[in-house]
Design a protein around this ligand. Structure first.
Ligand SMILES: NC(=O)c1ccc[n+]([C@@H]2O[C@H](COP(=O)([O-])OP(=O)(O)OC[C@H]3O[C@@H](n4cnc5c(N)ncnc54)[C@H](OP(=O)(O)O)[C@@H]3O)[C@@H](O)[C@H]2O)c1
Length: 325
């Protein structure tokens, strides 16, 4: 996969399926980031349909969170839905989130879905380029926040728990020249390297794949099954920063619904017990890009891990990265 024709073929011929109807999530606790809209909200609705016992939606805006809760309760009125605030742009928010996660008595599923696609260069509150901050730095910090709770639950249950990070097929489509820089993340903050249109966004989605693989290599599959998923090209608010009409034509011709994207997320989170470290697309384990699998890709994977840990240590002393640091 990864080529334009295979993208078109997949979008036109594959119809993502919901979980098998007999899947029961009774007794389980699930957490989804960026869950007030789009694919995250659809994934939440599906988990509710399968009777998940505690459903935690993280949102930036509590009002949007309440609207999401209401829309879930319309069809599944007995679901226990909690709204937690989390903004990847603010380190205080990530640290407070981590503290709150540490109070959970159990966490079975974590779906790290929050993301943005900024087509024009901008910087976040932290000074980093916005796509880099939200999609990579924020997601990586949040992965540490949930991992401790997932591991603790796995030990209590003597069964693996699950962590899924949402990436994109777009990780195939970028040159990733920044890999040659002395510090990759610093180079990605540089406006001169922003590239055109979706290049920076797709590069951050490549970082999601690299991060997932490295994290999975450090955590036994018997504790937490960690994978990454391409949800497919779907209608959602993600595309709102695209100013040309081309995206509308593409969505009309090839787009899946948000619900279908949500099927892909939930499939990766709940099914595929053997998918530790793997990339899923079209609800199947599939190979990530040739770059990811190459020696250069493996070097980049280690460098991104080391650079991200160093950045978090420097900028967010409150984030607990044990047992990795
Ligand atoms: N839709 C597609 O075609 C497609 C394709 C490939 C991959 N993906 C991936 O799928 C995931 C979900 O995207 P979507 O399509 O459902 O888009 P979406 O509807 O825009 O949802 C994105 C979610 O992320 C949240 N978010 C944005 N900035 C955040 C921040 N600073 N901190 C915390 N949360 C933040 C948004 O909250 P607000 O509502 O407050 O902004 C929203 O809940 C993303 O990771 C995206 O990269 C989507």
């Amino acid at each position: 996969m990864g080529g334009f024709l295979s993208f078109c073929y997949r979008q036109l011929t594959v119809k993502p399926k919901p979980l098998p109807s007999n899947t029961s999530l009774k007794g389980k606790t699930a957490l989804i980031t960026g869950a007030n809209s789009g694919l995250g909200l659809e994934a939440a609705k599906q988990l509710a349909t399968h009777h998940v016992s505690r459903l935690i939606l993280t949102v930036r805006d509590a009002e949007k969170g309440e609207a999401a809760r209401t829309s879930i309760l319309e069809k599944t009125p007995n679901t226990n839905v909690e709204i937690w605030t989390l903004d990847h742009e603010f380190y205080d928010s990530i640290v407070a989130f981590q503290q709150r996660v540490s109070t959970l008595d159990r966490l079975d599923y974590a779906l790290l879905n929050a993301g943005v696609k900024k087509m024009e260069y901008s910087t976040a509150q932290t000074g980093h380029e916005t796509n880099v901050q939200i999609n990579h730095i924020g997601t990586s910090a949040v992965s540490f926040a949930v991992l401790r709770a997932l591991r603790k639950t796995a030990h209590q249950l003597n069964a693996p728990t699950r962590l899924t990070i949402v990436s994109s097929e777009g990780h195939f489509w970028i040159p990733f020249h920044e890999r040659k820089a002395e510090t990759i993340l610093e180079r990605m903050d540089d406006k001169a390297t922003f590239g055109h249109q979706m290049q920076r966004y797709y590069t951050t989605k490549l970082l999601n794949v690299l991060w997932t693989r490295n994290l999975a290599s450090k955590v036994p599959a018997e504790e937490v099954v960690i994978n990454t998923v391409n949800p497919g090209f779907c209608y959602s608010g993600l595309h709102r920063h695209e100013s040309t009409g081309i995206i509308k034509i593409f969505l009309w011709a090839f787009g899946w619904t948000s619900a279908q994207g949500g099927h892909c997320l939930v499939d990766a989170l709940v099914q595929h017990d053997g998918s530790h470290g793997k990339y899923l697309s079209d609800q199947k384990e599939t190979a990530p890009s040739a770059f990811v699998l190459s020696e250069e890709g493996k070097t980049a994977e280690t460098r991104i891990w080391d650079e991200t840990i160093a950045l978090l240590q420097k900028e967010v002393p409150g984030v607990n990265m044990s047992p990795f640091v």
